[in-house]
Write a protein that binds this ligand. Structure first.
Ligand SMILES: [Zn+2]
Ligand SMILES: [Zn+2]
Length: 330
């Protein structure tokens, strides 16, 4: 099969022929229909995240068709369309797995990081971590739900029920979370890079009541803020924007250092926390909610062989929404 391979951190990915993967007992063999490109892929390629499998096929927002099943696969049939997320395997036995927090599993293996992912024509995935994809979604539109959607949704839940919600960094996750938050009756305030008028317009089109630069204060204090941009300086900015008792959730897997900040920004029972990975329960909950809202994703298609271009465009903030690789376009 053809795949985009990371040979060493620092990149770039190399488009090349590699052996077809073979499913073990619990795995399905998937023909990849679409695979989203996530900021985490950039962190893995750049070396911000340590010790990936090497060589590695990145990609953890996979929509695929089951073309072969391992001996123990009982949840999916040949021809089914399934989604493969970041959480690829957990031990089931550690303290976290035993307390419904498999997202924190000590032994967890992550798709497109510790195990090969979906920047390829074929992939294998453990059936126990795969999701069914609702018919409402085309392949390209379903892909961003699998990380941007799931992790965004988990971040939103951890932010509490507050009405006024700030979102810092208006990319793939933000454009999905905004729709969920508005559906829940909240007001969304979108914070973008200083002169990113396109992202601010995009946020307003999706229903944000206010959009401005991350250096600005919102017109009224926020109950909670989600930070999707990997920029530590946004932490004091977001703490300054929330009211007493409010929560700031850092939703990225990597962030630059958080600058020193006066304790008064945290005082008043303000909460600062991160969100890590996802549980399968988050995935089932979000993927059953999404078509009913309905969450619509804004996806930009790239051929599989153009993964480096998609990653460069993501890094440069060249598009609004989510980039998705489509192997059949090559
Ligand atoms: Zn575990
Ligand atoms: Zn991701």
């Amino acid at each position: 099969m053809k795949a985009m391979l990371l040979k060493q951190q620092g990149g770039p990915l190399v488009y090349m022929e590699v052996p077809d993967p073979r499913p073990d007992d619990q795995q399905v063999l998937l023909r990849v229909l679409a695979c989203g490109v996530c900021r985490t892929d950039l962190h893995i390629i750049d070396g911000d995240l340590p010790s990936p499998k090497l060589p590695l096929i990145p990609g953890h927002e996979i929509v695929g068709e089951v073309i072969e099943k391992g001996a123990k696969v009982d949840q999916f049939a040949i021809g089914d369309r399934v989604g493969v997320p970041w959480l690829g395997w957990t031990c089931g036995e550690c303290y976290y797995c035993q307390t419904e927090r498999e997202n924190l599993c000590d032994m967890a293996r992550f798709t497109g990081y510790k195990i090969d992912g979906g920047f390829a024509e074929l992939t294998v995935a453990d059936q126990r971590y795969c999701f069914s994809i609702d018919d409402y979604y085309a392949d390209i539109d379903a892909a961003p739900l699998l990380c941007a959607g799931l992790i965004g949704y988990r971040a939103l839940k951890l932010a509490g029920d507050g009405q006024q919600l700030g979102i810092y960094g208006f990319g793939a996750a933000a454009h999905i979370v905004t729709q969920v938050a508005i559906h829940e009756g909240r007001e969304v305030y979108a914070f973008t890079r200083e002169n990113d008028v396109a992202a601010q317009e995009f946020a307003k089109q999706l229903g944000a009541v206010w959009a401005g630069p991350s250096t600005a204060l919102p017109p009224k204090p926020l109950d909670a803020a989600l930070i999707f941009a990997p920029v530590g300086a946004l932490v004091p900015a977001a703490l300054q924007a929330i009211s007493k008792g409010g929560t700031v959730v850092c939703a990225g897997i990597h962030m630059t250092d958080i600058p020193a900040l006066p304790y008064s920004l945290l005082w008043g029972e303000r909460v600062l926390r991160s969100v890590a990975n996802l549980t399968r329960a988050d995935g089932l909950e979000f993927l059953s909610l999404a078509p009913g809202i309905p969450v619509k994703t804004h996806s930009i298609a790239y051929p599989l062989s153009q993964a480096n271009e998609a990653l460069a465009d993501l890094r440069a903030g060249k598009f609004s929404g989510a980039a998705v690789l489509i192997p059949s376009m090559d």
